[in-house]
Design a protein around this ligand. Structure first.
Ligand code: UDP
Length: 321
């Protein structure tokens, strides 16, 4: 197949591209290299089986051309990372809402199957454990910038599902929970690469808040396996599915584990949210995915534990340093 991957030079996108190439597909990556990097694709860009086009999904004409030539579209291009979302709210909203609108319009025009990577942020401040796809979303106020990301992604989901309802365009929506692995940078706030770099450099490991908040971390290998399998899953059309890992850990425990696995002498330092993200920041206390739906559709089962993830990330960051 000819597969278009928007955001293919990003962390998850670059892993997906490698899998698609391994399976014999031809891949076109549309990426503006804003948070993605050329280095993520280094060694696999050959101009023939993987072609990189450096531009934005906000360029409607180019998007249209790329979609017309594709047999399948993975739409991963998006602003990412809590840090960046807070620092660049206009870019966040415009790229997520405008970009997805462009890609979907062209997919509808040429009847191309479309997969949207949405996010667990869409559940917002809901306190349910675990989160199931049809649960209510609980957003904070529009004055708190973090929620612009969740609202913009929710609008993307509405739009994709609307195309399915109105014209049976084959759309698949996945909500990715915290995804981690080699090539993820801590630059935009993601906790595991940040902690690992701090530990390896002997700097304080910065736990925000009191560290009792928890997350579930999935290895990018498992997530990409699911994205790949969903391409052939007709039963997933018009559906929203969680993808992640349901092994939960508090951020304080995570900091201790990183310290232990790196053999670091770094101290663990508590940093108030206001200092980390500015005033008026809302964090989610717990975020656990219910994986029953994706399991029933493609037999999804995470194969990588948190220890596997940390081992891979530590090895990569060590090599880099
Ligand atoms: N976090 C932290 N220290 C850091 C970066 C993040 O304690 O240096 C916390 C953050 O406040 C959140 C959790 O780790 O509670 C996960 O943050 P991340 O930005 O990786 O993902 P999120 O789940 O918030 O989207």
């Amino acid at each position: 197949m000819n597969i278009l991957v928007t955001g293919g030079a990003g962390f998850i996108g670059s892993h997906l591209c490698r899998t698609l190439l391994d399976e014999g597909h031809e891949v076109v990556v549309l990426d503006d290299l804003s948070t993605g990097t050329y280095q993520n694709l280094e060694g696999i860009e050959d101009g023939r089986r993987l072609r990189l086009i450096v531009d934005s999904v906000n360029n409607a004409q180019l998007v249209d051309q790329c979609v017309r030539e594709a047999d399948y579209v993975y739409h991963l291009a998006s602003a990412v990372g809590v840090r960046l979302i807070i620092d660049q709210p206009v870019r966040t909203i415009e790229s997520i809402v405008g970009g997805t609108e462009n890609v979907l319009k062209s997919c509808a025009r040429y009847r191309r199957p479309f997969l949207l990577t949405s996010t667990s942020e869409v559940y917002g401040k809901g306190s349910k454990v675990p989160f199931t796809e049809d649960d209510d979303t609980v957003m904070g106020p529009t004055s708190t910038r973090r929620w612009s990301y969740a609202c913009a992604k929710a609008l993307d989901e509405f739009l994709a599902l609307a195309y399915w309802v109105e014209s049976r365009l084959p759309v698949t929506v996945v909500r990715l929970f915290n995804t981690v692995g080699p090539r993820q940078t801590g630059q935009y706030g993601m906790v595991i690469p940040s902690f690992v770099m701090q530990a390896l450099q002997g700097k304080p490991i910065t736990v925000y808040g009191d560290g009792t908040q928890s997350r579930c971390f999935a290895h990018v290998k498992d997530v990409v396996g699911a994205l790949n399998a969903l391409r052939d899953c007709k039963a997933a059309h018009g559906q929203v599915m969680n993808i992640g890992n349901d092994q939960e850990i508090t951020i304080m425990e995570l900091a201790r584990k990183v310290k232990e696995m790196t053999g670091s002498a770094s101290e663990i330092q508590l940093v108030p949210y206001s200092e980390a993200y500015g005033a008026g920041f809302d964090d989610m206390h717990r975020r656990v995915p219910n994986l029953a739906k994706i399991r029933s559709l493609i037999g999804y089962q995470p194969t990588q534990s948190l220890e596997d993830i940390l081992r891979d990330v530590i090895a990569e960051k060590r090599a880099k340093l």
